[in-house]
Design a protein around this ligand. Structure first.
Ligand SMILES: [Zn+2]
Length: 458
């Protein structure tokens, strides 16, 4: 994955300082989580009816995109479903992916993952929070904040190697079929996808280290597929037509991820310039951007905006290309609009905040502060936004709030010792009883409790 160097020197210096303060050991097999506002919104809308059908709280189940082009999906760390970008690439329809999500939810409700953890020890039972390895990862991804990469913990890598038993697979299949039925989603997509995986398996053989990891972690068999088919066909939802609006969004996201990940030459083969539809332009825009062909990328972004000037994700794309090619002042207008239209979607808002700061024009700091505060108010688990908020506070000379922002990042990245120090500094400098003062106290308490728990375990 290519990263785009940030042109801003002071930011780079700060990065070096903060990186030196943060000691983050990344496991060798670490994977990364891909964060993109449009993709997350799509996955959330695709999974919400299934999560509800499973009797779980939509807000408590995360669907997380893993930056890995092999075909896989798994559950880990309690209530989180991980989907590889490779699975989206291999799927042709949103329903195919929904079939996989339904099946994975079946592993969650069946308690399969917890049972595994019991056998392996509590150390692996970490929440999604621990995957948001704050500062260092966010900084490494500073160049592509819009589709930011965040290093995942061992947990995610680990989930790749878990294989469920046949009994667990059968129970997850049955549960998944029930959730699809309750949600009124046809099992056709699910069946298609499993057949696709089975074909891959025939082609490459199970023992080989091919791209179809899913069939290793979720052993497939002809019997399984036959039984699923029987269940699905008998269901009233079988003839339910696909949601065309969701499918159109899926095709956009799929093309965007392709352009973002594939070799740019391959992207141009897959989406030749003769194609002027939205997914093709989307894929090419990311492909050109990746290849530092800024004007071509902007041309595609402008063409997309020609078809819909108020699409927040097209505006985000244009802003991202400008920002990452060293034109932060020009990025401000599209990113401001994208932030407004997306009602301050936190990832978009943090990119906007980044652009404002990257202009090195202090007159933009007040707006940056306001935008970033709104972003963290909506999603506290956004280390990149906290980092930038810290930059703005430091530039203003507001060190207590700068340190409070650091404390937020540090506790998120499980750097409890640092978090205690930052929170203590912030608490000492903030007005007694103010919300920020209370927050500093809370972080200090939380970090101390976590430290104690870690020590007890040892
Ligand atoms: Zn499974």
């Amino acid at each position: 994955m290519r990263r785009f160097p940030s042109p801003v020197q002071f930011l780079a210096r700060l990065l070096a300082i903060v990186a030196a303060l943060t000691m983050i050991a990344q496991p060798a097999a670490a994977q990364s989580i891909l964060r993109d506002a449009e993709t997350e919104a799509l996955l959330s809308d695709m999974s919400a009816p299934l999560i509800e059908a499973a009797g779980l709280e939509p807000g408590n189940v995360d669907v997380v995109l893993v930056n890995d082009r092999s075909i896989n999906a798994f559950v880990a760390g309690g209530q989180a479903v991980y989907i590889h970008t490779g699975l989206i690439e291999a799927a042709d329809t949103a329903e195919e992916v929904q079939g996989v999500i339904a099946h994975e939810l079946g592993h969650i409700t069946g308690g399969h993952i917890n049972r595994m953890h019991d056998g392996i020890g509590k150390a692996t039972n970490i929440s999604i929070l621990s995957m948001l390895i704050g500062v260092a990862a966010a900084l490494a991804g500073a160049g592509d904040a819009g589709m930011g990469i965040i290093a995942a913990g061992q947990q995610a890598a680990y989930g790749n190697f878990l294989a469920f038993t046949r009994v667990q697979e059968a129970s997850a299949d049955a549960a998944g079929a029930e959730y699809l039925s309750i949600a009124g989603i046809s099992g056709r997509g699910s069946l298609e996808f499993f057949k696709k995986l089975q074909n891959l398996e025939f082609r490459y053989g199970r023992s080989q280290d091919d791209d179809a990891t899913f069939s290793r972690t979720h052993p497939l068999s002809g019997d399984r597929i036959a039984l699923l088919r029987e269940t699905y066909i008998a269901d009233p939802a079988w003839d339910q037509p696909a949601d065309t609006e969701l499918q159109a969004r899926f095709e956009r996201v799929k093309a965007k991820l392709y352009g973002y990940q594939a070799d740019p030459r391959k992207t141009l083969q897959e989406f030749p310039e003769t194609r002027t539809d939205i997914p093709a332009r989307y894929a090419r825009a990311y492909g050109y951007h990746k290849n530092a062909m800024i004007e071509e990328a902007l041309e595609e972004a402008n063409a997309l905006l020609g078809s819909n000037p108020d699409d927040p994700y097209f505006l985000e794309l244009k802003g991202q290309v400008l920002l990452e090619s060293g034109r932060p002042a020009e990025a401000i207008s599209p990113l401001r609009r994208a932030t407004e239209l997306s009602l301050s979607e936190p990832l978009i808002a943090s990119m906007f905040g980044h652009a404002l700061i990257a202009t090195e024009d202090e007159s933009h700091h007040a707006e940056a502060e306001q935008v970033l505060r709104a972003a963290v108010a909506r999603d506290r688990l956004n280390p990149f936004a906290w980092y930038q908020l810290g930059v703005v506070y430091a530039a203003k000379g507001d060190m207590p709030r700068a340190r409070l922002a650091s404390a937020e990042q540090q506790v998120m990245s499980r750097q409890y010792g640092l978090a205690i120090r930052s929170a203590g500094f912030a608490e000492a400098g903030l007005p007694v009883g103010s919300p920020d003062w209370l927050r500093a106290q809370d972080i200090g308490l939380q970090a101390r409790a976590e430290l104690e728990r870690l020590q007890e375990r040892r």
